[in-house]
Ligand binder design. Sequence first.
Ligand SMILES: NC(=O)c1ccc[n+]([C@@H]2O[C@H](COP(=O)([O-])OP(=O)(O)OC[C@H]3O[C@@H](n4cnc5c(N)ncnc54)[C@H](OP(=O)(O)O)[C@@H]3O)[C@@H](O)[C@H]2O)c1
Length: 326
Amino acid sequence: MPRVVVFDEFGGPDVLHVFEEPGVEPAAGEVRVRIEAFAVNPLDQLMRSGASPAPVPLPHARLGVEGTGVVDALGPEVTGLEVGDPVIIAAIPDASVRGSYADYTTLPASRVFARPAGLEVIEAAAIWVAYSTAYGALVEKARLRPGDQVLISAASGGVGRAAMQIANQIGAVPIAVTRQAAKKDELLAAGAAAVVATDDDDLAGQVRRHTGGAGADIVLDLVMGPGQQELLQAARPGGTLVVAGSLDPRPTPFPNAPLTIYRYRSFEHTLDPVAVRRMAAFLTAGVRLGALRPAIATVFSFDDVVEAHRHLEKGLHGGKKIVVSA
Ligand SMILES: NC(=O)c1ccc[n+]([C@@H]2O[C@H](COP(=O)([O-])OP(=O)(O)OC[C@H]3O[C@@H](n4cnc5c(N)ncnc54)[C@H](OP(=O)(O)O)[C@@H]3O)[C@@H](O)[C@H]2O)c1
């Protein structure tokens, strides 16, 4: 019988358990995917603990917003896909019902796209959330162009690493921000053109030095909190701030700077099939060119999904993805 990870109450990793239930037949416009691997995201932790902004109906809630697998069944009216096609699942908004932590999930055909050749199953499970968020924030929102100097906070995280690779793919110049000078070499190796460490450097001064005095054209802030003020001082007047994360829970002063300011949530694009196709085309090209490749921290087996969540909670992944092999 197919397995699915469910939880009946909110709490720590131990509330997750494996349940066996029959797969669901796809309705019109839907496909069923046999999942080969799925990635664990901070959003899953929020849903499991009861801290998610979107309501999670209990009991028997599912988890998982991304993964990869093979098309196993087609519902009526589905075109362009065949049984056996390897696909990537693009973010599932109703993850508490259709979550990817399972052997099978059934979802609208518009939410899957062809798995790019050259991507391992484990990498394919981990590409969508981080890379679609970084792409959506930088390219769709901030209109990143070749030559732009882009300042990225939490650059060592999953979205930050994706943002650096995407900036390089476009021909822009990624400047990484980290709290720890010890991470400088690692970030340079991960694609940063320059690294500014807030425990060591004068952030605005260093960014001006790296940009010939001009300041950053685009700031991607994944942290918020009081540190955002320093990022604003490092931006070029008339530049763009796009806020896509909130790792620092402290209050954020109102951003009073001569910038265009956006708040980005990836669901504004991942609910739009046309935008998903555009994003998938960009990611597929980046994989083919060798510019985009997610960094994987650890791979767990399906039966160790509780351990995977403990690993996420300890923060030992260093921004790389945790993947569970189904
Ligand atoms: N907008 C969307 O749709 C969307 C989608 C996905 C994720 N997100 C959000 O984007 C943010 C980043 O996600 P992620 O998956 O990249 O996270 P992640 O991989 O867990 O990021 C880890 C890195 O962030 C930095 N960091 C952690 N806490 C911090 C703090 N309090 N202050 C400053 N830096 C901190 C650390 O880097 P250093 O130690 O090097 O400083 C750490 O290595 C999260 O807030 C997440 O919820 C948003």
